[in-house]
Ligand binder design. Structure first.
Ligand code: HEM
Length: 191
C-alpha cells in the first residue's frame, strides 16, 4: 500500500462519478435532439461511458466496503459511512437498471428511450448524493485522514506577505519553521 493513501477507495471514486455523469448528460442531450447530425455518435459515446462507468462501480464498491471495515472512526463517522453506503448501493442499483434499459434499447439510432432518460435522473441524483456523503466522511468526520494540521506549527504573517513564500528559503530556514518557540510572531520567513 502506498503510504500516503490510507486505502484505495478515494482513487476509484472518480471513475463512476465522471463516467456515469457524462453518460447521463449525453443520453439527455441526444434524446432532446435525436436528429442532430452528431446524435448517433454521441449516443454511442453515452453507451460506452455507461458501460465503463458500470465496470468501474465494482472496484469502487469493493474498496469502499474494505475501507468501511478498516478505517478508524467514531460513532458519528459510523453513521455517516453507513448512510453513504446505502445511497451508494441505491445509485449503483439504479445505474445497473439504466444499463439494462440501454442494452435493451441498443438498436435505437440516437437518444434514449423515455424510461431510460427518466431513470437516469434519480440515478444521477443518487450518485451525486453518494459523492457528497463520501466527502462528508472525509472532511466532516476525518475518516481515512492520517494526520490533522497543527495550527500552532504554522503562523500567517500580519504584514500582508502571507506565509507561503518558502521558495528559495534554505532548508535550515524551513526547519526553523516547525519550531514553535522561534515562530511565535510568525515572521521567520525569508522573502
Ligand atoms: C457508487 C459508489 C461510491 C462512490 C461514487 C463513492 C464516493 C466516495 C467519495 C467521493 C468519497 C470521498 C473521497 C475523498 O474525498 O477523497 C468517499 C469516501 C468514502 N467512502 Fe465511498 N463511494 C462509493 C461507495 C462506497 C461504499 C459501498 C462504501 C462502503 C461503506 C464506501 C465507503 C467510503 C468510506 C469509508 C469513505 C471515507 C474515505 C476512505 O476511507 O476511503 N463508499 N466515497
Amino acid at each position: 500500500m502506498i503510504e500516503i493513501v490510507p486505502n484505495w477507495h478515494p482513487l476509484w471514486v472518480h471513475f463512476p462519478i465522471a463516467l456515469l455523469s457524462v453518460a447521463a448528460l449525453l443520453f439527455w442531450l441526444t434524446s432532446l435532439k435525436p436528429d442532430h447530425h452528431r446524435a448517433a455518435m454521441l449516443t454511442s459515446v453515452a453507451r460506452w461511458n455507461l458501460a465503463l462507468g458500470l465496470v468501474s462501480l465494482a472496484p469502487t464498491l469493493a474498496t469502499g466496503l474494505l475501507a468501511y471495515n478498516s478505517v478508524a472512526h467514531d460513532s458519528a463517522g459510523h453513521v455517516a459511512m453507513t448512510r453513504h453506503l446505502w445511497v451508494a448501493l441505491l445509485a449503483s442499483l439504479l445505474f445497473v437498471l439504466a444499463g439494462l434499459l440501454a442494452w435493451r434499447d441498443r438498436r435505437r439510432a440516437a437518444g434514449a428511450a423515455p424510461l431510460l432518460a427518466l431513470l437516469l435522473l434519480p440515478a444521477w441524483l443518487a450518485l451525486m448524493t453518494t459523492g457528497y456523503l463520501g466527502a462528508e466522511n472525509v472532511y466532516r468526520h476525518g475518516i481515512g485522514v492520517e494526520r490533522l494540521p497543527d495550527p500552532d506549527d504554522h503562523h500567517h504573517g500580519h504584514n500582508g506577505h502571507g506565509d507561503h513564500d518558502h521558495d528559495g528559503a534554505p532548508p535550515e530556514a524551513r526547519q526553523e519553521h516547525s519550531h514553535p518557540s522561534t515562530e511565535m510572531d510568525g515572521h521567520q520567513h525569508h522573502h
